[in-house]
Design a protein around this ligand. Sequence first.
Ligand code: MIC
Ligand code: SF4
Length: 651
Amino acid sequence: MAESLSYKILAQHIIEGELLPGREIGIRIDQTITQDATGTTALLLFESMRIPCVKTYLSVSYVDHNLAQFGPENHNDHLYLQSAAKKFGLYHSRPGNGICHQVHLERFAKPGATLLGSDSHTPTAGGIGSIAIGAGGLDVAVAMGGGAFYLTTPKVIGIRLTGRLQNWVAAKDVILKVLSVLTTKGNVSWIAEYFGPGVATLSVPQRATITNMGAELGVTTSIFPADEVTHRFLAAQGREKDYIPLEADAGVQYDRVIDINLNDVEPLAACPSSPDNIKTIAELGEPEIHQALIGSCTNSSYRDLMTVAALLKGRKVHPRVELGIAPGSKQVLGLLAANGALADMIGAGVRLMEAGCGPCIGQGFSPGEGKISVRTINRNFKGRSGTKDDLVYLVSPETAVAAALTGKLIDPRRMPDILGTIWPKVDDLTSIPIDDGMIEPPVSAEEAATVEIDRSESIVTPPSAEAPPDTLDGQVLIRVGDKITTDHIMPAGTFLKYRSNVPEYAKYVFNCFNEEGQPTFADRALALKAQGRHGIVVAGDSYGQGSSREHAALCPMHLGVKLVIALAIERIHRANLVNFAIVPAMFADSADYGRIEQGDDLRVKNFHKVIAEAEIFSVTNMTKGYDFNCKLELTGRERRILLAGGLLNTC
Ligand code: MIC
Ligand code: SF4
């Protein structure tokens, strides 16, 4: 039978189960990524498994998120990660070397490999033909120890690309177009596989922009074939030996097909405050902007930034606008410095930022209130920029630079008329001077044995989970709406410094919903815990969208939360809940969501039996005096993990 590319790679890596949509499979993981915001916890959990050395072909620990270093905590984490990498056989990419996904694409990602990363944008490597999946840190730790990664066998959406992008239209516009069709909801357990004649017109970094933002669709991953374009990209990186041609079999029947003619794609924007709130730029009426940010793992490749530099050359950023640029990697920054493009940016008045995540995750460069910020990043969830009621538009580098030069969010195709500029065609480099000096390779086993792990006091061992009680005597600590992201559950930005200290970080669970002068979510949860009772979270559709951060499960767990009841829960967050023994349930009848209020006491009897075998179970609302049904869609493995009190207890 003709097979999709995704199924071919999955079939080569399957260890348990059968490749049948909806069934759980376990796959072997070739490579892993951790980064400093999730990596400290992941490596602490790996340490607790007492495995002397990683068992993957390659595991890389990146430092790219917490570069602001307000106070000692981030630096303490970085030193821990550097020493743990030496001890356990990981590569260590030092701060300043760049964003994990960009560096991984350049230096390590391979067609046909499986990659698991404790970051939701790990599917960036799908641009080179890897099956690259984002997961919680504990799942990545298990994979580092040689354990399988379990997932529901996805269905495959084939996205057929034809034609060629017009000048001024970018790969970012393609993925925004896909988001306008598929939205950020309802795509759990699908893979987006790109195919068709339009594929060959896109470079690897362009493909990676598209697969990167597949994370916003909520799909398991996105993938492109590996072809001559991939071959040239790898050759330029001095990695020709990593190339293998890969594509779907002719005549493959995808579970669904979407057609995109690249000729017809227009410059688009994801408007405040969701990546699927898509409009054409032309529709927006050219609003004034005050800020532009070019960077992030979505759009900070050499090609992106050379395009931007060429447009800035000899011009000045509009006086009302601050333009920040954060290159994706040291390699990109070095190339821009060597060919003079950096001088063109600086001459135009750019605020140059470190090669790292920086403002993408709310670390500085927060926009003023009511001021429009256009950004080439991938998420515009309300408040993620660090400003409560922010107005962030997600756009391509071409659109961002046009806005920065004119002060207005204009269709970049108007640039020739307004500024007399021609479209700069940037060719990919065929050879790149390679300097991996900021990547520390693993040391020998003898040297590793002598390494002392650098563990400061700010690094606190993560608390362990407990098995659920047999009668759940709980209270609804909060009832939230649809599309609640992990940024709502656990804020990032300036709170990132508490990532290695769960008791401290847990004080800020659902921080954006806390009201001044009122007990916080943490206060309410701890008061309940002190009575020997448990917290319950009630949520709407698509709960836990966005990042892979397992702290969105780990911190509520620490506060005594044992049950989440939602209309739907997103893949990575759902897995993290199970890993930390919080039961992820769904309303059997969506009308029951509207009947529950914060503060209601809920009771579930025979909870152990329910977790062990029930598909439907009854919950009593003690406060309002009625019963309602919930669904449990769990595999046998997940049921065992929950009953054992979390994944670590089963390792
Ligand atoms: C993000 O973009 O939200 C992050 C920060 O990269 C997260 C990881 C984290 O919270 O540390 C992600 O995307 O998984
Ligand atoms: Fe970093 Fe932003 Fe990419 Fe997350 S989305 S990895 S914060 S650049």
